[in-house]
Design a protein around this ligand. Structure first.
Ligand code: NAP
Length: 669
């Protein structure tokens, strides 16, 4: 058996050494595998597509988006195979993997077969429009170039990338593969962005990383379904090492300003390094990859600087902070706070959580679970198991959830929730709250939000509610009124003695406005975006008057209904490379989005957002999703498949160009 598998696996390019496993162990391993990707892997290994009919005919198929929350007693959660089917697949796998007549179908299946496999793999109807996205995002193929590539980038076509986080790394890889010269400037002393900053206790990814990782750099070895910050940071550094990016990255070098020269069709970029040395760089194009949640939001609380113990914001964590045996106060209840609280509860002598506004919190079965050994073996060794596992992970967390934040006016007229789908989330969160605190109606009341689910990011519980049940933990529905040397006075008149104050108070939203960006005619991006209060971009990436500037993670491009930042990052980087290649192919020096197109695009964005809970929150909401006048400036209103499709290549009719000779250029498609 082992030789056969080894031989076949070798054909798939996977290290065969680890695939050597005796039949008894294999039985145990298979018990821990997911039957759906296992079945798909068997199809690849045998080339026997009849397996799809044999097992697929025993499944029930649903339309995407019709499952969420707690299923009715007899219904299976979306995508879960019935037990008897799962058992039979595992038995067949044992037979096949210990047999000797394996044929191989190790190449990526053609779209028709892929579609048939995706349907059985998800037990949902997978419409044709999703297939190209799924092939790419599940990691079967890398993103395909759309603009014909006939002109190689000249050596003097320098691109500057600002920021070496998940998007900056991605940009570096794709620019390099496309042949562009580039430099990445990173103000911090390490690569990794968010994961170098957020080193607080319990920091973890709250999106499954079998999906929340580069589609072109799958990692079969995640130790947990939701890995810790350090594990994620290691993944990023491994990718950087593999692609030999370090020589292109200038650490401890902050971009301070950039000015567009119309005469030279170039960005003059000014950097300052740690020693204070200022340098000018010339770039044909600039990609800002700063993310949007960079600046720690430090609340303006009287007396905070008089506190006798330690005050630390989660995004500015200091490894010296030791909470062991201390009285700790945590302010905030977002994704960060729940991770901190769950992580430190066993160490501290007293823990007081101060909640100004509760968030909707849902249980997530696998949020702190390790990936079982059998599952990891399959992810690493069975051909395409990893890709099918990722496909399912993406599928059930992406456009399947598109309806959840959308308002059904008829439903909303008579319900607190926004729609029947939104109501399922509400019911799920309410049930979790009731089940968590059966004897504590006071806590249920304090922890019940008064806005609709999804108006703020849904929080997945890593153990927050369990921590709140502990004897040495108290919850205060209040805020800080003032801080004195020995503790915190709350707005409800309580005094909490403390040794350590942890501010889990999130970030101030910032789309690049900390850099002095001066575009055409001397206009500043910060002014155009009204100091960051009203940022608007075309496809979330381009702003009129700022040629060849590409803002990633820009306004209205976050997939807040589902999936993760990684897909946006890949879509935007793909789009930028296509734009740059378009310039080369047409001998253009620059492209700029037409102002009327920018306005039309944003009118459509606003219209679509007006049908969501991000605008119609149902109650008072403080959220970085919205500006002070209530306009949603972060969420992308489109389905992921629509945004992915619109980002395949630039639409020349939406742009103005300047030719290589400096003259306005005709639009050429
Ligand atoms: P957040 O969601 O903005 O939550 C901040 C919390 O602090 C809220 O409860 C807020 O209360 C409270 N707060 C802020 N200012 C306050 C003040 N002056 N007084 C009292 N309370 C105050 O921030 P976060 O939890 O850091 O999460 C931010 C984002 O980071 C998340 O949405 C997520 O996208 C990301 N994140 C990701 C992960 C991951 O695993 N990938 C982990 C953590 C965070 P109000 O609601 O009353 O304003």
């Amino acid at each position: 058996m082992t030789d056969t598998i080894s031989a076949e696996v070798e054909l798939g390019g996977i290290d065969p050494a680890g695939a050597r496993i005796d039949p008894d162990s294999l039985r145990d391993v298979l018990a821990e595998c997911d039957p759906a990707p296992l079945l798909m892997s068997l199809v690849h290994l045998t080339g026997d597509t009849a397996l799809l009919d044999e097992f697929g005919s025993r499944l029930e198929y649903s339309r995407p988006g019709t499952h969420y929350g707690t299923p009715s007693p007899n219904a299976l959660p979306a995508g879960q195979y019935p037990q008897d089917v799962a058992d039979d697949i595992r038995a067949r796998a044992l037979e096949i993997l210990t047999g000797s007549d394996l044929a191989t179908q190790l190449e990526v299946p053609a779209p028709d077969l892929f579609a048939a496999m995706a349907r059985v793999a998800t037990s949902q109807e997978v419409d044709e429009e999703f297939i190209p996205l799924l092939r790419e995002q599940a990691g079967f193929v890398t993103d395909e170039r759309h603009v014909p590539v006939t002109v190689p980038p000249p050596a003097d076509f320098e691109v500057i990338v600002i920021g070496a986080g998940i998007t900056g790394i991605n940009a570096a890889i794709k620019l390099g593969q496309a042949g562009f010269s580039y430099t990445v400037f990173e103000s911090r002393d390490e690569i990794g962005g968010t994961w170098t900053r957020n080193t607080y206790p319990g920091a973890a990814v709250d999106t499954p990383s079998h999906y929340y990782s580069y589609s072109f750099e799958l990692n079969p070895n995640w130790s947990r379904y939701y890995p810790t910050g350090p594990e994620y940071q290691k993944y990023l550094l491994d990718v950087v090492a593999k692609h030999e990016l370090r020589e292109h990255i200038r650490l401890e070098t902050a971009v301070q300003s950039m000015t567009w020269s119309e005469k030279d069709q170039i960005w003059d970029v000014v950097t300052r390094d740690r020693s204070g040395a200022v340098e000018h760089h010339r770039a044909k194009a600039v990609i800002s990859a700063l993310g949007m949640l960079n600046s720690a939001n430090i609340p303006d609380v009287p007396g905070l600087d008089t506190f006798g113990g330690r005050v630390v914001h989660t995004a500015e964590w200091d490894a010296d902070v030791d909470v062991t045996g201390k009285r700790v106060v945590v302010l905030g209840t977002g994704c960060t706070s729940v991770q901190v609280v769950a992580s430190i509860v066993d160490k501290v002598s007293a823990l007081d959580v101060v909640v100004r506004t509760p968030h909707w919190i849902v249980p997530e079965r696998t949020v702190v679970h390790e990936v079982p050994a059998g599952q990891r073996w399959a992810l690493e060794h069975l051909p395409f198991y990893n890709q099918w596992f990722r496909l399912r992970s993406y599928w059930f967390a992406s456009d399947n959830l598109y309806r959840l934040p959308r308002v059904d006016p008829e439903w909303a007229a008579s319900h607190f929730s926004a729609s029947a789908e939104n109501d399922m989330v509400l019911k799920n969160a309410q049930k979790y709250l009731r089940d968590s605190f059966p004897d504590r109606p006071d806590l249920i009341e304090k922890l019940t939000p008064d806005f609709r689910p999804y108006a703020k990011r849904i929080v997945k519980d890593p153990g927050f509610y369990a921590a709140l049940r502990r004897d040495h933990v108290s919850l205060h529905r209040a805020s800080f009124e003032r801080v004195t040397p020995d503790g915190v006075h709350t707005t409800t008149g309580e005094f909490i003695p403390a040794d350590v104050i942890i501010l889990a108070t999130g970030f101030t939203l910032d789309f690049t406005t900390t850099i002095d960006i001066v575009g055409r005619d001397g206009q500043k991006l910060a002014d155009v975006w009204k100091g960051g209060e009203d940022p608007r971009a075309y496809k979330g990436v381009q702003v009129s008057g700022f040629p060849n500037l590409f803002v990633t993670s820009g306004p209205n491009s976050a997939p807040n209904h589902g999936a993760g930042h990684n897909i946006t990052s890949e879509e935007q980087v793909h789009y930028v490379v296509e734009c740059l290649q378009y310039l080369l192919e047409h001998d253009h020096a620059s492209m700029d989005v037409r102002p009327e197109v920018l306005d039309e695009y944003n009118a459509e964005v606003d219209k679509a957002l007006d049908e969501t809970v991000w605008v119609h929150t149902g109650g008072p909401v403080n959220s970085y999703y919205r500006n002070s006048s209530g306009r949603a400036i972060v969420p992308c209103p489109w389905r992921l498949v629509d945004y992915w499709t619109m980002m395949r290549e630039p639409d020349a009719e939406d742009m103005t160009f300047v030719s290589g000779t400096g003259a306005p250029a005709e639009v050429a498609r």
